[in-house]
Design a protein around this ligand. Structure first.
Ligand SMILES: [Zn+2]
Length: 304
């Protein structure tokens, strides 16, 4: 979509530079570009290398795990991921293994046994690189938590992003220390989603966009707490001063912040954003904790 291509149809010129500029102007400080396959992780690293504020992950999404077996040599596929992660770490760009996990809503793309096998395998990658994990869990909490539990000693920390689970799922995730829960538009769709989100302590929460997906739509329960808006146009009427309707982009992370603050009844947006930013640095940018994050936090008190 940032290349202007929607469902195989070319709608406008590539505009990733415009999208990034909108993000930096909106106060976004850095962005982690997610890889969902070996090839996509290579692309994510190439994008991350274009700007000092961009970073990336290396890993295989649950719906793409068949690529291990289709490669004819799963062990070599793993080694290729490992080599890419090491290369990206040397460049200061790869900050996590992922996204990986389990997605039982989309078994048509990859059966559960293959998903489980290669989710577990990616803990090996996390352990070998000493990197945290960027995790995806959809309709699979029991198996997901069982695999995390079994690999606890190889898990140095991470976030279960785009969380859409129940209160019970939330509490199971929170029972792993070093596990954070990632909230985006998909986590704020229904009244139940909002109630579950309210129960995530801000010290264990991160926010994200998951762009180009998971934007907050007018029909979503969370929309009434959104304060910041940008002009938007349909992709067929693209103009670079406007967002594309239905395509999420990084500047909109502020809307996620506003919904979380609004529904939790927190008045101090700066304090909330500082805490969430600090959480993100603690896991993905530990080397910057004492500089960037603490500078941001200075003058604020940590919430309880
Ligand atoms: Zn995901």
């Amino acid at each position: 979509m940032f290349k202007g291509i929607y469902h195989g149809k070319n709608c406008h010129l590539p505009d990733i530079a415009t999208v990034l500029n909108r993000a930096w102007s909106a106060g976004v400080d850095r962005i982690i570009v997610t890889g969902g396959s070996l090839e996509e992780s290579r692309e994510a690293l190439a994008i991350a290398e274009t700007d000092g504020r961009l970073f990336c992950t290396v890993g295989v999404h649950p719906t793409r795990c068949s690529e291990f077996e289709e490669s004819s040599d799963p062990e070599k596929h793993y080694q290729d991921l490992f080599a890419l992660a090491k290369e990206g770490m040397q460049k200061g760009k790869v900050v996590a293994i992922g996204e990986c996990g389990l997605d039982y809503d989309r078994l048509q793309f990859c059966p559960a046994d293959i998903q489980k096998k290669y989710f577990e395998k990616q803990f090996e990658l996390a352990y070998a690189t000493k990197l945290p994990m960027f995790l995806h869990m959809r309709a699979a909490a029991a198996d997901f938590c069982e695999i995390v539990e079994r690999n606890k000693s190889r898990f140095t920390g991470g976030v279960a992003h785009s969380f859409t689970g129940s209160a019970l799922d939330r509490d199971k995730l929170l029972s792993f220390d070093k596990m954070y829960i990632g909230v985006n538009g998909c986590s704020l769709k229904t009244a139940e989603n909002l109630d579950v989100m309210k129960g995530i302590p801000v010290e264990r929460m991160m926010i994200e966009t998951d762009s180009p997906y998971c934007d907050i739509k007018n029909t979503h329960a969370g929309i009434k707490f959104v304060k910041s808006t940008w002009p938007s146009k349909k992709k067929e009427k693209y103009d670079q001063e406007s967002l594309v309707k239905g395509r999420n982009e990084p500047c909109l992370v502020r809307q996620v912040l506003e919904v979380v603050a609004g529904y939790k009844g927190l008045g101090d947006l700066n304090q909330l954003s500082s805490t969430l930013y600090h959480n993100t640095c603690r896991v993905f940018f530990p080397q910057d904790l004492d500089t960037a994050a603490d500078a941001l936090l200075s003058g604020h008190h940590e919430t309880n």
